[in-house]
Every structure is written in structure tokens, then in C-alpha cells.
Design a protein around this ligand. Structure first.
Ligand code: MG
Length: 255
């Protein structure tokens, strides 16, 4: 019998990482980083900040060296809000429960700890990174997150990036693999509209295929769209909720 005044779902202490004050310098005036909108012509001028991107790339290389040195396999999971990133991580955590002490999940989100709380229920070590105004994780935030864990027991790091198909594409984190999750509920054009995201990916998971008919989305066409952008993509058609295709992903990842 517990104390009746103690809330039932008393939250476990969650490590939450946030960017340092003034750490991010790139321009958000256009709504997305580095984009300047020109109202007169209705076009968008892309002005990426080279130094900022180069610095991130250098830190990502440092991260990769760190992972290699410690024998850690790292995967960066990207995709829109609601595509199934957290569900995939939950499913993997459940299916390889015997390895859960070796798994670290770094969950990126703008403000909430919803995903970290969901994942932590499966007994895997979870760190929440709240990016604030940023629409992506960066290599520096990963370094910061790693400082708060005992790395020696970790063999697998699964990073859930902030949910969108645009900004995270430009920011490598030093992971071995990039996995993008899309859902048929995002409609038929989400791949063609975000070529950079799929060009940089290693694995594509097309999720919620059980809803494809209702959504009138052709799953094989989505796969062809992705392969046209990146012929090296390994594609899985899944329904994570219905446990279709998840075992194949785990096998491919070698977990
Ligand atoms: Mg999520």
C-alpha cells in the first residue's frame, strides 16, 4: 500500500538536455533556418550558413569516432510527427528486451518529454533533449547528452530526431545509420517533396501500411519514389502497431 497522496504515475526523474544559451546562431527570421523569404517574387532564397553547417559536420565526425572507439552502434531516426518513430523505438526495445541494458535512447523534441516517458517504460535508458526553438538535433546536443550517461554499458544508441522531414536532414549527428519513418497517412507526396531527407538516408520505413487502402495511398509507389531519389535505400513496409515488418528491421540492423 503506497501513500495515497503520492500520484499513481509519479514521474521518474528524467534527464532533460537543452541547448546552451547563445549556442545556436543561425537565422530563424524566415521561419526555417537560413531561409530568406522574398515576398515580391514569391520565391524562397536558400542561404545556408556554411560555417555553422561545417562546424556541425566536424562535431558529427567527433561523435562517430567516439561511437567507434566505444563499440557503439548508433542510429538516427527521422520522420514527421506521428509517423511512428517513437512506436518503432518502443517495438525494438520490447523485442530485444534482453539487451535493454545496452540500449540508450536519446529523444529529441521541441518541448515535451512525452516520447522519452513512453520509451523509458520499456526499461531502456532514455535522455530527453528539448531543442526549444530548433527544429532538429545537432551533433553538439548529442555530445551534451552523452556526458550525462555511463557510456561503458551502452552498445546501441537510438536517436529520435525532432519530428519533421526538413531541418534534421541537414544536420548529421555522427550516427552509423539514418532511418527515416514515413506514414501513409502523410499522403502520396511526402517523399517526392522532401528529396534531401531521403537522399541522405540509409533505411526507409513506410509505416501504417494497414491504412494504405483507406488513405488511397499506393505503398509500392512510395517505395519507387524513394528509390528514384536514392537507389541504395533499404526499404521496409510496416505496420508497427500490428507488428508487421519490425522483426525484419531488427534483423537488418543486426540488433
Ligand atoms: Mg516521437
Amino acid at each position: 500500500m503506497g501513500n495515497p497522496l503520492t500520484p499513481k504515475n509519479k514521474e521518474k526523474k528524467r534527464i532533460v538536455i537543452t541547448p546552451d544559451e547563445g549556442e545556436h546562431h543561425h537565422d530563424h527570421s524566415g521561419g526555417h533556418h537560413g531561409h530568406t523569404h522574398s515576398p515580391s517574387s514569391g520565391t524562397v532564397e536558400i542561404k545556408l550558413e556554411e560555417n555553422f553547417m561545417e562546424r556541425n559536420k566536424a562535431l558529427a565526425r567527433e561523435n562517430l569516432e567516439f561511437f567507434e572507439k566505444h563499440g557503439i552502434k548508433t542510429i538516427n531516426i527521422l520522420g514527421s510527427v506521428g509517423s511512428g518513430k517513437t512506436s518503432l523505438i518502443e517495438a525494438i526495445s520490447q523485442k530485444i528486451a534482453s539487451r535493454r541494458k545496452e540500449i540508450l535512447v536519446i529523444a529529441g523534441d521541441v518541448t515535451t518529454t512525452i516520447d522519452a516517458d513512453r520509451i523509458a517504460k520499456h526499461g531502456v535508458q532514455t535522455i530527453q533533449v528539448n531543442t526549444g526553438v530548433e527544429c532538429h538535433l545537432d551533433a553538439k546536443l548529442i555530445q551534451k547528452a552523452l556526458q550525462s550517461v555511463d557510456i561503458d554499458s551502452v552498445k546501441i544508441i537510438i536517436i529520435e530526431n525532432v519530428g519533421n522531414l526538413i531541418c534534421p536532414a541537414d544536420f548529421p549527428l555522427g550516427s552509423h545509420l539514418r532511418l527515416v519513418v514515413v506514414s501513409v497517412t502523410e499522403g502520396p507526396w511526402m517523399i517526392q517533396k522532401h528529396p534531401v531527407m531521403f537522399h541522405e538516408a540509409d533505411i526507409l520505413v513506410i509505416n501504417k501500411i494497414d491504412l494504405a487502402e483507406v488513405m488511397e495511398v499506393d505503398v509500392d509507389q512510395l517505395e519507387r519514389d524513394a528509390k528514384e531519389i536514392n537507389s541504395n535505400l533499404v526499404v521496409f513496409q510496416t505496420s508497427i502497431r500490428k507488428d508487421i515488418g519490425v522483426d525484419e528491421i531488427i534483423k537488418h540492423l543486426g540488433f
